[in-house]
Design a binder for this molecule. Structure first.
Ligand code: ADP
Ligand code: MG
Length: 279
């Protein structure tokens, strides 16, 4: 609910809908090597199908890049995974057993899905350090530990995250003073404080300088294997840097998957050329 709070809303969606509030405890069942599974997911807005029979799966520890033209449904896909939008049909699972449609937004976040929106959302009037601290306090697991343990472990985690997102020197500056790219990195740091199992990043390099983009590539490559990631991005150099020669890229258009494979493979696909690259 972090983003809702930032927008000044205190509404809690937990009970009205009758969905489980937070209650996925324990590990995600990765016995089939799959962290995220979408089957035949459709969403309509006033009769327009933003998602149209979308099926895809992401392997555990995979970094999947998603590309596709504007309006393809990439953001809507993230909305249905995180519970922001309810699909009309389809199934969405985290691991083998967690049916995400049975959880509300905080429940889905609690199950281990962190989401980075297109616009950076940080607490502008707090320092970088405080932003990371606040993000950690949203994670109830920290309150189950003894206070003494919490303090040293928490400090260590904040320091570690500051280093990861290259903001050590900015630790005591107000987040509002950071560059756009630094805010993007800070927000990723805030998500990391909650140790997500799956990180969804919607156009994270948008508005970043070349230098910041390079830092982001380095960070995401560093996170590879520590959590699974789904990255929506338009910048093809960025996608190339993340997917490498072997990584899988999924191409969406008109709410469905039109191609999937290595970047080289999808770039040669005629439908991809027609609907996206050739434009
Ligand atoms: P992408 O992120 O790939 O650019 P989106 O998922 O944002 O695409 O949008 C897919 C389509 O669904 C677009 O045509 C968009 O206008 C429409 N859409 C998305 N959200 C809504 C909404 N809340 N209400 C109406 N139409 C929407
Ligand atoms: Mg989008």
């Amino acid at each position: 609910m972090r983003n809702a709070k930032l927008n000044g809303s205190t509404a809690d969606t937990g009970d009205v809908t009758g969905l489980a509030h937070v209650s996925v405890s324990g590990e995600v069942d990765l016995s089939h090597g799959i962290i995220l599974y979408l089957e035949d997911v459709s969403v309509s807005f006033d009769g327009f199908k933003a998602l149209n029979g979308l099926s895809l799966s992401v392997d555990s520890d995979e970094l999947r890049c998603i590309i596709g033209p504007n309006g393809a449904g990439k953001t809507t896909m993230m909305d249905v995974i995180t519970g922001k939008t309810k699909p009309d049909t389809g199934r969405i699972f985290l691991g083998q057993t967690i049916d995400l449609q049975r959880l509300d937004e905080p429940g889905i976040a609690g199950a281990g899905i962190g989401r980075k929106f297109q616009k950076p959302t940080v607490f502008e009037r707090h320092t970088v350090w405080e932003n990371l601290d606040l993000a950690m306090h949203e994670d109830k697991r920290w309150f189950h530990t003894l206070r003494s343990k919490l303090t040293s472990a928490a400090l260590a985690r904040i320091r570690e995250t500051l280093a990861l997102v290259r903001l050590q020197k900015e630790a005591y500056r107000q987040a509002g003073e950071l560059s756009h790219g630094q805010k993007q990195l800070l927000e990723i740091g805030m998500l990391l404080m909650q140790e997500p199992r799956l990180l969804l990043l919607d156009e994270p390099a948008a508005g970043m300088s070349d230098n910041e983009t390079a830092q982001l590539v380095e960070l995401l490559n560093h996170l590879r294997g520590k959590c699974s990631m789904m990255v929506v991005e338009h910048d093809m150099d960025f996608v190339a840097a993340l997917s490498g020669a072997e990584g899988k890229v999924t191409v969406l258009a008109e709410g469905t998957v039109i191609a999937e494979g290595t970047l080289d493979h999808v770039k040669r696909d005629q439908r991809v050329i027609d609907s996206y690259l050739g434009r």
